[in-house]
Write a protein that binds this ligand. Structure first.
Ligand code: MN
Length: 746
C-alpha cells in the first residue's frame, strides 16, 4: 500500500524535475529553462489533487514522460513542454486548449490538442481496444510527428507502471502495445524503447514465459560473462595495439526477441545461440567511419572465422529508419557462434535513440543550420518514413501491418469522422465514398476550409467538405478525376442514366411526330426510319431526335420516299384475345377494380412495360387508358404505384396464364473480377446451359472490376433466378441480379 507523505512527495517531485532537466541538458546543452519550468508548475497545479492508480502523485507521470522525451528520444523544449502538459487539458476543465495557446503558443497547443484527441486503451480501458483507429489517429494527427513521439513516451511510462492496473486491463494494454506502439517505435528507429515496450508487454501477456526466460538469463549470466571475457580478449589486445579508441561490451537480446526466436525456430532457450551480441563501438572521425569499422572487422576475423552469408553491412546502405552498423557472426574457440556488431559512437547513438541522436551529430557537420530547423528536418524525415516508405524501407520491416498505411490516406469529414481512401484519391472519390448521391450531386469542395476543385488529390489529415447542388450532375470528364473504381462505377452508371433519359425523351418526341403524321409508332416502323436515317440502332436515332437534329420533317421526308412506312400494318401489341385462346401470355382480367370502367377486353391489346419488365411469376397489374393498349406493370413498380394512386379506376388486376410457350424480355446485371474468357463463360451458361436467347450484351470494365448488362428472353421468373444462381457459380462473378429497369439497348 502506498503511504502518502507530502514532504517526501515534494522532495521526490523536485528530484524528478531535476532528472528531467539533466536529461535535457545532457542531450542538448544548457538552455533557457523558463518555459519548461512554467509548464512544470502549471502541470503540478493542474494535477495537484490527482493521484495515479498506484497512489503516487499524478505529476510523476508527466514528469517521467517528459524525461523520456528529453533523454531517450532526444527532443527539445517544445516537446518537453507538451509532454508535461499532455494530460492537463484532458483532466482539468480549467485548462482549455485556448488557455494553453495563450500561454505557450500555437505549436504547443496543437500538439497537446493532438495528444488529447488520441484516446488509446490506456486512457479508455473500459472500451474495447480499437488499435486500428488509434493507429489511424496517430498517423493522421501526425502533421507534427512529435505527437507520436510523446505518445510513445506516454505509453512507455504507462507500461513501466502497469502493475497497478487490474489484471485483464494489463493484458489489453499490453496487447495494444505489441500491436501498435512497439512497431511504431521500431519504425522510428527507437530501438531501446521498442525493446523495453516488447519486454514489458510480454511480462504482462505471458508472465510465465517471461519469468522463465528472465530466470534462465540470470542463471547463465556468470558463465556467459566468463565466456565473453575470453572471447573478446584477443580482439581487445589487437585494437589497443593498433591505437584504436574503442569500447567493447556485450548486449543481451531482449527477452521478447529470445522468446520470438524460440517460437519461430521451435527451439528451447538453450539452443538460442545469439542470446547476446558482442558490440564494438569505435570513436571515429565522421570521414573515417567506414574505414575504421572495416578495420575492426578485419581484426575480429583475424581471430575468428566468420559464418558465410551472415555479414550484414548497414553502413554502406543504412536501414531506412537510420540504423547503421556492421554485423557478422563468427565461430568462437569453444565452437559457439557469436554475433559481433561493429559501429561508431555516432551510429551507436542512432541505433539506440533514433534520428534525434542522428541530428545531434548532423549539427556537428553542418554548423550553419540552427537547432530548431535541424529538428524540423528530422521530424520531416520521420514523417516521410511513416507516410511513404520506399521499397527499400519495406524490405526490412518485420511488421507489415504498418506498411499498409503507405497506400492509404486518412481524411476527415467536416464532423471530424475519419475516412480512409486509397492513396491517389481525389475529392470526388471522397464524395462517392460518403454517399453515391453526394457524389452525383457534388459541384465543388472545401479542403481545409479552402475552396478546392473536385480533382484535387487528398493528403492525410485533410478535412474535406463537399458542396453539392440538386442541379449537380456527373460529367464525362469526371471519369478522369476519379481514382477509385467505386467512384468510376457510379459515375458511369449516372452517365448511362443520363443517356437513358435523353433517349427516352427522344423516343417520346419521335412518337409525337409519328402520331402527328398518323404513323403507327411500332418497333418495325421505328426501325425502318432508323435505317433510313442510316443508324445501326434506335438509340442513336433517339439521341439525335432528343437533340432536335432530327425532327418531324425528316419523318415526313422518309414517308414520301418510302410510303411503305405509312402503309405498314404492323401492330405493336397483340390482341389479348389471341393470347387467351392460344393459351399463353397474360390472362386478363382477374378482377376489375371498377367494373363499370372496365375496358372492352376483346379489343384490348397489351404491352409489357419497359419501366419494370414484368415476367410470368411476378405480381402484375394492368393500366388501361381509354383507347390504347393495356400496360402490364409489376405490382410494386413505382410507375404502377403512381398510376394506381392517380387512376385507380383505370387499373385492372391481372395474372399470368400457366403456359411456358412464350418468352419475355428480361435483364440481368452481373459484377465481378474481370479475367480472360469471362464473357465466354457467361455466354456459355446462358446459351448452352440454360438455352436462353441473348438480345444484347454489354460489358464494362474499370480496373479489375467488370459489370455486364445482359438482356435476354426468358419464360418466367424461375428462368431468371436459375440463371442468376448459375452465373454466380462462375469463377470471378460476385453478383448476378435481375434488372427491372433497363434500356432496350444498353
Ligand atoms: Mn499520459
Amino acid at each position: 500500500m502506498y503511504e502518502v507523505d507530502p514532504i517526501l512527495e515534494n522532495k521526490e517531485i523536485v528530484k524528478r524535475y531535476r532528472g528531467l532537466l539533466r536529461a535535457w541538458s545532457s542531450n542538448k546543452g544548457l538552455r533557457d529553462k523558463n518555459k519548461v519550468r512554467e509548464a512544470f508548475e502549471l502541470a503540478k497545479e493542474a494535477h495537484k489533487t490527482m493521484r495515479r492508480r498506484s497512489g503516487e502523485p499524478y505529476i510523476y507521470h508527466p514528469l517521467e514522460v517528459a524525461r523520456i522525451v528529453a533523454g531517450d528520444i532526444g527532443l527539445g523544449e517544445t516537446a518537453i513542454i507538451c509532454a508535461l502538459l499532455h494530460d492537463v487539458v484532458e483532466d482539468n476543465a480549467d485548462y482549455s486548449t485556448d488557455f494553453i495557446r495563450k500561454k505557450f503558443g500555437e505549436k504547443v497547443a496543437y500538439i497537446v490538442d493532438g495528444l488529447t484527441k488520441i484516446k488509446d486503451g490506456y486512457e479508455r480501458p473500459e472500451s474495447s481496444v480499437q488499435a486500428e483507429n488509434i493507429k489511424k489517429m496517430l498517423l493522421t494527427l501526425s502533421d507534427d510527428v512529435r505527437v507520436i513521439l510523446i505518445k510513445l513516451a506516454d505509453r512507455l511510462h504507462n507500461m513501466r507502471t502497469l502493475d497497478s492496473m487490474p489484471d485483464y486491463k494489463q493484458k489489453n494494454i499490453a496487447a495494444e502495445t505489441i500491436y501498435l506502439y512497439s512497431p511504431l517505435a521500431h519504425r522510428l528507429g527507437l530501438y531501446a524503447i521498442k525493446s523495453e515496450l516488447e519486454d514489458l508487454a510480454l511480462k504482462y501477456t505471458e508472465p510465465e514465459i517471461y519469468n522463465t526466460i528472465a530466470l534462465k538469463l540470470q542463471e547463465t549470466e556468470i558463465a556467459r560473462a566468463k565466456f565473453i571475457q575470453k572471447f573478446i580478449h584477443p580482439i581487445k589486445r589487437d585494437l589497443t595495439l593498433k591505437g584504436i579508441s574503442f569500447e567493447i561490451d556485450s548486449r543481451e537480446k531482449s527477452i521478447f526477441s529470445i522468446y520470438k526466436k524460440m517460437q519461430v525456430k521451435e527451439i528451447p532457450f538453450e539452443e538460442v545461440f545469439d542470446i547476446f551480441a558482442v558490440r564494438i563501438i569505435v570513436d571515429s572521425a565522421f570521414e573515417l567511419e567506414k574505414i575504421n569499422c572495416w578495420q575492426v572487422y578485419s581484426i575480429v576475423t583475424d581471430h575468428y572465422n566468420p559464418k558465410l552469408n551472415r555479414l550484414r553491412d548497414w553502413i554502406s546502405t543504412p536501414k531506412a529508419n537510420g540504423y547503421e552498423s556492421l554485423h557478422t557472426t563468427v565461430m568462437s574457440q569453444t565452437g559457439q557462434w557469436v554475433e559481433v556488431q561493429i559501429r561508431t559512437r555516432r551510429m551507436h547513438e542512432i541505433a539506440e535513440r533514433g534520428y534525434a541522436a542522428h541530428w545531434k551529430y548532423k549539427q556537428l557537420t553542418d554548423k550553419d543550420k540552427s537547432q530548431e530547423s535541424g529538428l524540423d528536418l528530422w521530424l520531416r524525415k520521420v514523417q516521410e518514413i511513416l507516410r511513404s516508405p520506399d521499397s527499400n524501407a519495406l524490405s526490412f520491416l518485420d511488421d507489415i501491418k504498418l506498411t499498409l498505411f503507405s497506400d492509404e490516406v486518412f481524411v476527415f469529414t467536416p464532423k471530424g469522422e475519419i475516412k480512409s481512401l486509397p492513396a491517389g484519391s481525389t475529392v470526388l472519390d471522397f464524395a462517392y465514398n460518403i454517399h453515391t448521391h453526394l457524389g452525383n450531386t457534388c459541384i465543388a469542395s472545401k479542403v481545409n476550409r479552402k475552396l478546392s476543385p473536385l480533382n484535387l488529390k487528398l493528403k492525410s489529415g485533410d478535412q474535406v467538405e463537399i458542396i453539392s447542388s440538386k442541379k449537380g450532375n456527373p460529367k464525362e470528364e469526371w471519369l478522369s478525376y476519379a481514382f477509385t473504381a467505386r467512384a468510376k462505377t457510379y459515375i458511369k452508371e449516372a452517365l448511362r442514366e443520363q443517356q437513358r433519359s435523353v433517349m427516352s425523351e427522344g423516343r417520346h418526341k419521335l412518337e409525337g411526330y409519328f402520331n402527328e403524321l398518323s404513323i403507327k409508332f411500332s418497333r418495325h416502323n421505328v426501325n425502318r426510319f432508323s435505317e433510313y436515317q442510316g443508324f445501326s440502332n434506335q438509340n442513336e436515332l433517339f439521341l439525335k431526335v432528343a437533340k432536335d437534329e432530327i425532327d418531324i420533317n425528316h419523318v415526313r421526308q422518309c414517308c414520301l420516299e418510302h410510303d411503305t412506312l405509312i402503309n405498314e400494318d404492323f401492330r405493336a401489341g397483340r390482341s389479348l384475345n389471341q393470347f387467351n385462346t392460344s393459351g399463353h401470355g397474360v390472362e386478363l382480367p382477374a378482377r376489375p377494380t371498377r367494373p363499370t370502367m372496365m375496358p372492352d377486353l376483346d379489343n384490348l391489346e397489351f404491352t409489357i412495360s419497359h419501366c419494370c419488365h414484368p415476367l410470368p411469376g411476378d405480381d402484375i397489374v394492368g393500366y388501361a387508358p381509354a383507347g390504347s393498349a393495356l400496360q402490364v406493370h409489376r405490382t410494386n413498380c413505382p410507375e404502377a404505384i403512381e398510376l394506381m394512386t392517380r387512376y385507380a379506376n383505370k387499373m385492372v388486376y391481372a395474372r399470368w396464364s400457366n403456359s411456358h410457350l412464350n418468352t419475355f424480355l428480361a435483364g440481368i446485371k452481373t459484377t465481378g473480377i474481370d479475367r480472360k474468357s469471362m464473357i465466354f463463360d457467361i455466354i456459355q451458361v446462358i446459351s448452352e446451359k440454360l438455352a436462353l436467347n441473348i438480345r444484347s450484351f454489354h460489358i464494362e470494365t474499370s480496373g479489375d472490376i467488370f459489370e455486364s448488362y445482359i438482356s435476354l428472353y426468358v419464360h418466367d421468373t424461375i428462368d431468371i433466378s436459375r440463371l442468376s444462381e448459375e452465373l454466380k457459380t462462375i469463377n470471378g462473378i460476385s453478383t448476378a441480379v435481375r434488372m427491372y429497369k433497363f434500356a432496350l439497348n444498353f
